[in-house]
Design a protein around this ligand. Structure first.
Ligand code: ADP
Ligand code: F6P
Length: 324
């Protein structure tokens, strides 16, 4: 176990997610209440290497719990994959008296964080990504907001799709994970859900489904397509040609990454932020705070990165069964 920390650095890294600000606020205020200092590192590892580091006080996190994005900004930083720059990152922390670091991001950011820990900076990670694709946790900061944003957009598309008796292909985010697609598929009552984990490329099965549903009087056909499958515009053309049903494609895109976080994201993000400070106070390092089977827990970073996650089979099959 590493030593207790006096000054916490905090950074957000990788894709932003609604609720990151609530996390930052919780880290800052919990740390201050425990008598620690906090320094905000801007633009992820890139800002660390460029020493974009500022003192934070209780006021610097005022009025942010309800805001999407991250007030610390975020970045992807190729330099930090290099050992030389990782050592430099730890040196910069020491130069600024940062002896504990909280990193909010996804798997890539956690790999970077484990290198900071290996170089002597007590480091705790928090899962911040709209994709829900972090294996050690059932919850990631931002997923709830993103999936609600997508759900509301899809409800609207459904209205116009029904009015025109069309097929609509709606592409949601998730380059490597189909959680947003699956959850929207269920919540929006989609006729087909295509995820990179399960879709076998059998477009004929989709075409047959559209024709069958048309026969039984369905007024629309909603296909939720995950970004990882992609190709929605081309798919729409092929489907229209094969079925004779007018088909439109919509890519919801980055609107899913922004916006005011839901209550759940604000509350869970706050709890996770506080837990990160508790762990640093206890002298812990190289850990990820997670939410597993109803409890907030923590895992060793390497153990967490070695875990695998897949769409829940029951939920996936149920979703297919419900679209009749
Ligand atoms: P996410 O954290 O959302 O998975 P990325 O995969 O883009 O996003 O990673 C964010 C940043 O984390 C990268 O730009 C890089 O700075 C750092 N990172 C990613 N992988 C590694 C690695 N193997 N070693 C060190 N740093 C890494
Ligand atoms: O990881 C979150 C996410 O929104 C993915 O769903 C998406 O593939 C990716 O980030 C897009 O990232 P960007 O547009 O920032 O490069």
């Amino acid at each position: 176990m590493a030593g207790k920390v006096n000054t916490i650095g905090i950074l957000t890294s990788g894709g932003d997610a609604p609720g990151m600000n609530a996390t930052i606020r919780a880290v800052v205020r919990t740390a201050l209440a425990k008598g620690m200092k906090v320094k905000g590192v801007k633009r992820g590892y890139s800002g660390l290497l460029d020493e974009e580091i500022e003192d934070m006080d209780a006021k610097s996190v005022s009025d942010i719990i309800q805001r999407g994005g991250t007030v610390l900004y975020t970045a992807r930083c190729h330099r930090f994959r290099d050992e030389k720059w990782q050592e430099r990152g730890a040196e910069i922390c020491r130069k600024h008296d940062i002896d504990g670091m909280v990193v909010i991001g996804g798997d890539g950011s956690f790999r970077g964080a484990s290198r900071l820990a290996a170089n002597g900076i007590n480091t705790i990670c928090l899962p911040g990504t709209i994709d829900l694709d972090i294996a050690c946790t059932d919850y990631t900061i931002g997923f709830d907001t993103a999936v609600n944003t997508a759900m509301q957009a899809i409800d609207k598309i459904r209205d116009t799709s029904t009015s025109h008796e069309r097929c609509s292909i709606i592409e949601v985010m998730g380059r490597q994970a189909g959680y947003i697609a699956l959850w929207c598929g269920i919540a929006n009552g989609a006729e087909d859900i295509l995820t990179c984990e399960r879709y076998d490329g059998n477009e004929q099965a989709i075409i047959n489904n559209i024709l069958e549903k048309k026969k039984i009087g369905k007024k629309h056909h909603i296909i939720i397509n995950a970004e990882g499958v992609g190709g929605s515009y081309e798919m729409a053309k092929r489907i229209e040609e094969a079925t004779g049903v007018e088909t439109r494609a919509t890519i919801i895109g980055h609107v899913q990454r922004g916006g005011s976080p839901t209550c759940k994201d604000r509350v869970y993000a706050s709890i996770m932020g506080s837990k990160a400070v508790d762990l640093l106070e206890q002298g812990k390092s190289n850990r990820i705070v997670a939410y597993k089977r109803g409890d907030f827990v923590d895992f060793d970073i390497q153990e967490a990165l070695a875990m695998h996650k897949d769409l829940d089979e029951y939920t996936y099959n149920m979703a297919k069964g419900l679209s009749r």
